[in-house]
Write a protein that binds this ligand. Structure first.
Ligand SMILES: C[S@@+](CC[C@H](N)C(=O)[O-])C[C@H]1O[C@@H](n2cnc3c(N)ncnc32)[C@H](O)[C@@H]1O
Length: 406
């Protein structure tokens, strides 16, 4: 099993071998679509098992990570490409370091003083106006500097992003909802950059909020997080992603961006899918709120933000995380797969947001089609909660149900 790119709320890392067996049991010839791909523990395991996969998700940064690991990039891309990005970024780092010298000094003074001083420094920063000129490439410094990142880290991240954008501009294809996306060196560079930001950020796991110096332990953690080096991590992630890409890429793999409920309606492929796998959100925590930092970093679009975490206001609201709409959304998904002639494997915890009974799925699967064969397995697995609602345990034991509808 390939190690996941980063810890993700609800990852099926521990369940992947079982899910893959269930999918292969019902799959017909053709690519297998992972409708809620996340970090791709199932799509990468399927690719390793020799199947073509289509990874779909509604978060743009997730699609970028999926392109970087699943789609083939040219052999001319090597670690010297990362050297090139770094050397191109170095003048930006020097220039911003001069411009933000006063802010850098305030950060340094705050982490060499007592916790109360750091707490005060961070609270002043989070109250500041966040508008900035897009041409300046200061999104991270102006929105998230001195809170999620130290000013030095923000400067390095902004400068690297400017370098990636100018050396490898984004193409329309890689951001469009209606096209299958191809992989580019930009996806590798952007993914290395995102993983670097994730690994240095001053947050708990998902990044919904930054940590504050409300205790001596919190203070020590912030001091440690703010000192993490951006440039060396960027280089290491770039090299790691290159190795991973050659391991997992298959010519038939694709990545799609959009709402899973609309996947079959907007898909213009004539050939049928071998099977679909659905791992929808199963709590009331919206992924777009938990991972807003990652999405804003990726989109780099200077959005209107609010709340203590500075989450973007235009975040996607998933019907699967709304108690009043989750069941209807799951049943819609079952019907869409039946209409497309695709067997479906669905995983959902017994203690999920709604009680999901086999009979509901069975009835939806009968709708206007041949009778379906529905089976259900129950497994006890470790789930990562990444600090989501309900406590601070990193993992919980849950009973996961795996439904197969063929
Ligand atoms: C439980 S996680 C998937 C975890 C994944 N199987 C893994 O192992 O990493 C659910 C994913 O669904 C995505 N999502 C939420 N609502 C969606 C929707 N309506 N359409 C497509 N993706 C959605 C979230 O962004 C999140 O990545």
């Amino acid at each position: 099993m390939t190690a996941p790119l980063f810890g993700y709320m609800g990852t099926k890392r521990y369940l992947a071998p079982h899910v893959v067996r269930a999918i292969l049991n019902v799959a017909r010839p053709g690519p297998i679509v992972d409708l809620f791909a996340g970090t791709g523990s199932v799509s990468t395991a399927l690719a390793q098992a020799g199947r073509d996969v289509v990874a779909n998700d509604v978060m743009a940064f997730i699609c970028c990570l999926q392109r970087a690991q699943l789609l083939r990039i040219g052999e001319e891309v090597t670690s010297t490409t990362a050297d090139h990005i770094l050397s191109h970024a170095s003048s930006g780092i020097a220039d911003r370091s001069r411009r933000f010298a006063a802010r850098r000094k305030l950060d340094r003074d705050a982490i060499s003083a007592e916790p109360a001083r750091l707490l005060d420094h961070m609270s002043r920063v989070s109250a500041r106006p966040v508008c900035s000129d897009p041409q300046d490439y200061n999104l991270i410094t102006s929105y998230f500097g001195s809170c999620y990142f130290s000013t030095d880290q923000s400067i390095a991240l902004d400068s690297l992003r400017q370098s990636i954008d100018s050396l490898f501009p984004s193409s329309e294809e890689s951001t469009s909802v209606n096209h299958w996306s191809g992989s580019t060196v930009r996806d590798i560079a952007m993914s290395a950059w995102l993983l670097t930001a994730h690994s240095v950020s001053n947050t708990t796991g998902h990044g919904a909020q930054y940590m504050k110096a409300t205790s001596a332990t919190g203070y020590t953690r912030i001091c440690r997080n703010w000192r993490r080096d951006v440039v060396s991590r960027f280089m290491a992630y770039f090299v790691r992603l290159l190795g991973r890409n050659s391991l997992l890429s298959r010519p038939g793999n694709r990545v799609a961006f959009g709402d899973a409920l609309l996947f079959f309606a907007r898909c213009d492929s004539d050939s049928p899918f071998g099977a679909a796998y659905a791992d929808p959100p199963y709590t009331k925590d919206q992924y777009s709120r938990m991972y807003h930092l990652h999405e804003t970093l990726y989109l780099y679009d200077y959005p209107a933000v609010g709340g203590i975490g500075l989450a973007r206001n235009d975040r996607f609201i998933s019907s699967f995380s709304l108690k009043s709409r989750a069941l209807d959304s799951i049943l819609q998904l079952v019907k869409a797969c039946r209409a497309a002639g695709s067997p479906l494997v669905l995983s959902y915890p017994k203690s999920g947001l709604i009680p999901l009974q086999e009979e509901f799925l069975y009835l939806a699967a009968q709708d206007g089609a041949e009778p379906a064969v529905t089976t259900m397995d129950e497994l006890e697995v470790r789930h990562s909660r990444m600090g989501a609602a309900g406590g601070f345990l990193p993992h919980v034991q849950v009973v996961e149900r795996v439904f197969s509808i063929a």
